[in-house]
Design a protein around this ligand. Sequence first.
Ligand code: AHR
Length: 520
Amino acid sequence: MKNILHRGLSVIMLSLGVCAAVYAQSKASIIVDADQGEVQISRHIYGHFSEHLGHCIYGGFYVGENSPIPNTKGVRNDVVEALKNIQIPNLRWPGGCFADEYHWRDGIGPKADRPKMINTHWGGVTEDNSFGTHDFLDMCELIGTEPYICGNVGSGTVEEMSKWVEYMTFDGESPMSKLRSENGREKPWKVQFLAVGNESWGCGGNMTPEAYADNYRRYQTFCRNYGNNQLLKVAGGANVDDYRWTEVIMQKVPASMMWGLSLHYYTHPGGWDNKGSATQFSTRQYAETMKRCLYMDELVTRHDAIMTKYDPEKRVALVVDEWGSWYDVEPGTNPGFLFQQNTMRDALIAASTLNIFHKHADRVRMANIAQIINVLQAVIFTDGDKMLLTPTYHIFDMYKIHQDATLLPSTVRSEKYKVDEFEMDQINASASVDKDGVIHVSVANLDLNKSVEVSVDIRGTKVKGIQNVQLLTSDKIGDFNSFDNPNKIQLADGSKKCKLKDGILTISMPAKSVVTVAVK
Ligand code: AHR
């Protein structure tokens, strides 16, 4: 009996010991080679996406000039200010799937005369075209961001796309520039980024890669560079791991005809058919989500390898122009509007994905999180005259210092975070140096329980001091900002969590947190 009791006690103590280990602090290390930077992290990796979908455009950006909500030409001032703060470098529009049904001429001229259409993809709602080309391009100027126009290949014509480019960018006398002037804009806009179709393998026309490659070559031929406006044309790329798509496009379209080739990948916790709730999820679902998020690394690596076969100089950019989390819509909301909450889990997805893009900065030179306001992994929510910033917004705020900085090669070592069969590195990180010589190190700790002490050895330079430390974390991984509690998750000063001694930076990171440290 005594023996049994003793053995029982040992088992309990062993279990307690295991628990203690689970909740203890772990250690990780990062070596940053500060004198080895070669590649620039394009600011365009920090791009966003706005589609005529749910309340992204209407209610999100656009409330109309007569709205009591403070606005400039119908665009909410609060949203413009928030987006200026995170320095969004480019904004994709008008879709997504919507783009391949959009006819730009329906969105110009007096608003009352604009034809209506059905938004067949997104809730079957009536689109009144009150937000069109002028509204979008003027809004981009207001925000200080570059427009990324997605042209209609699926149901549009070569002529339609060609005329749209002429309408937006021709600085001379022509039928389209005359029409633009008549509609109130004399000078052309600057439009660099042009996507030739969207998801042409699916909602954009269900094409084979061979058919799309031929179409791409034809459509892009008639999208001209007028005056100083040099188009950077993006060919529609693969869905997730459709490597054959990338292979065929790279084979059939010369680099001289495309600036970029796109890739779309969304993180669904349990796959497309099992997306789950944005806020109610188990530890296992969390781990599966993060594992799927980190899969972006493999996708980018493998698509890049195929591209490199045809384009060893890496002239063609990989443009991940749709990425982010995609869950079930919030209960009681229109299933076609794709509205989902945004938690600390999403902040970790954003930080980890941006770290992956940094790592591949020589090939990934543009990306667009989906979607900017009120849709999927949004950075902003609006509700009537109210607006809030999501945890994902705060990551874009923290990480904006990496825009156009030089990537510093980093070697990251950490323990594994493991839940059931889902195993991953506890931390992921990236580092860059900006034009003023400030080094920024960003680290995400994915472990839900363990804090981690990260020692960062910055080699090849003499670091004198810590300039700034920003921290994002929350009590629970499912925490989110709501209109009742809009600042539940917000950036905090993390300077107490950092030390610099003998050139080694030590960061004490709480479980489920993201930190960015600036040193010089
Ligand atoms: O972002 C939502 C939709 O996802 C886009 O319209 C489409 O391109 C993708 O399938």
